[in-house]
Design a protein around this ligand. Sequence first.
Ligand code: NAD
Ligand code: MG
Length: 387
Amino acid sequence: MQTRRIAIFGATGSIGINTLDVIAQLGGKDAFEITAVTGNSNVAALARLAIEHGAAMAVTADESRYDDLKQALSGTGIEAASGASGLDEAASRENDIVMAAIVGTAGLAPTLKAAATGADIALANKECLVSAGPLFTDAVKRGGGMLIPVDSEHSAIFQVFEENQRRALDRVIITASGGPFRQMSLEEMRHVDAATARAHPNWSMGLKISIDSASMFNKALEMIEAQHLFDLAPGQVEVVVHPQSIIHSMVGYADGSILAQLGAPDMRTAIGYALAYPERRPLSVERLDFAKLARLDFEAPDETRFPALRLARLAMERGGLQGAVLNGAKEVALEAFIEGRCGFLQMAEITEGVMAEMDNLPAATTIDDVYKADSEARRRAAGLLRR
Ligand code: NAD
Ligand code: MG
C-alpha cells in the first residue's frame, strides 16, 4: 500500500484510539503519515498520542487548553493548535483520507471542510448525515473524495451493496443489539440512570453513543444515516433486533436474496475496511467460530418501549431538516440525562416535542440552515427541560 496522509478527528475517543491501533496493524508509519490528531479537553492524552504516533499537528477543540497542549508538545516539533480555527486548519491540510470521529454535531464543520479538499472521508460521525443529509453527501461529491462509512452497520451494508443492482434493491436491514435494556419494561426504564445505561452488552464505545444504544436513539440515527448514505426511501430501511451483534447488517434484493456481513463485534474491522478500501488487509481481530456461537437470535423491535425508532421513521418521512431537529434536541436531552437533570424516557418525549414544534421548516439549502435548525432545536429542548 502507498503511504497515505491521514488526519484523525476525535483521536482521543473510542473510534480514534481504535483507528490508531488499526494504523499500527496496517504498517504504521510506512503506510500512513498522520498529518493531524484532534481531541477536546484531555490534552495530556492528545499530546501522548501525537508523540507516540508521530503526528505533525495536534489540535484541542478547547481553546482554554491551548497553553497546556503547547507545553506538553514543547521540544517535539509537533505543531499545536486549538479551537474552531485549529480544527479548520487540520481539515485544510492535504490529506488522502480523514477519519471523522468527533462525537456529535461538533464534527460537522471540520468534516465538511475536509470533504471540500477532496480527501476521502471515513465517516464515524453519523451526526453529519443525520443533520445535514444530502447537503453533506453533495459536499463530499463536489470535493471529489469518497464517503466510506465506519459505523459498523453501514460498513456492513456498504460491503454487500451491489451498486450495479440498484434497481433490484429491495431494502436494507439494520441489526440492533437491543442494548442493555432490551428486555426491560417501560416502568423499569423510567428509573434508570446514566451509569446503568452506559453498560453496553457487546460493544465498547464512547459514553454518549453507549447511552444512545440503550435508548435506541443510536439506531434511530443509524436509520436516517442509512437513508442518506445509500439514497433509500424511508420504507426501505428496516431494523431487526439481533442480540449477539454478529450480523452487522444486511441488504435484501428483489429476487429474495439477502446479503449480510458478519464478524466479531469489533470496530477495528469496519475501521480497517475504510482505511484500506478498496483493498482488504489482514487485521488481528477475533475470528468467528460458528460451532461456539451455535445460534443467532432475532426479534422485532418494540417501538413502544423504544420510541426513538418511531421518531426516526417520522424524521425520514418528513425529510428536510427533521433529522437536524431530532439530533439537536436529542443531544440536549442526552446531556441532561447524563447530568441527572432528565429521566431516561424523557429524552424521547423532549425530542418528539421539539420535532412537533419544528415540523414545518423548509428543506435546507445551505449548511447554515442546518446550524440554525440545530441551535433552534437545542434552544427549544432546553426550554422543554426547564418546564
Ligand atoms: P468518544 O466520546 O469516545 O470520542 C469523541 C471524540 O470527539 C474525542 O476525541 C473527543 O475529544 C472529541 N470531542 C468531543 N467533543 C468535542 C467537541 N465539542 N469538539 C471537538 N471534538 C470533540 O466517542 P466515540 O464513541 O469514539 O464516537 C465518535 C463518533 O463515532 C460518534 O459520532 C459516534 O456516534 C460514532 N460511532 C462510534 C462507534 C463506537 O464504537 N464508539 C461506533 C459507530 C459510530
Ligand atoms: Mg453502529
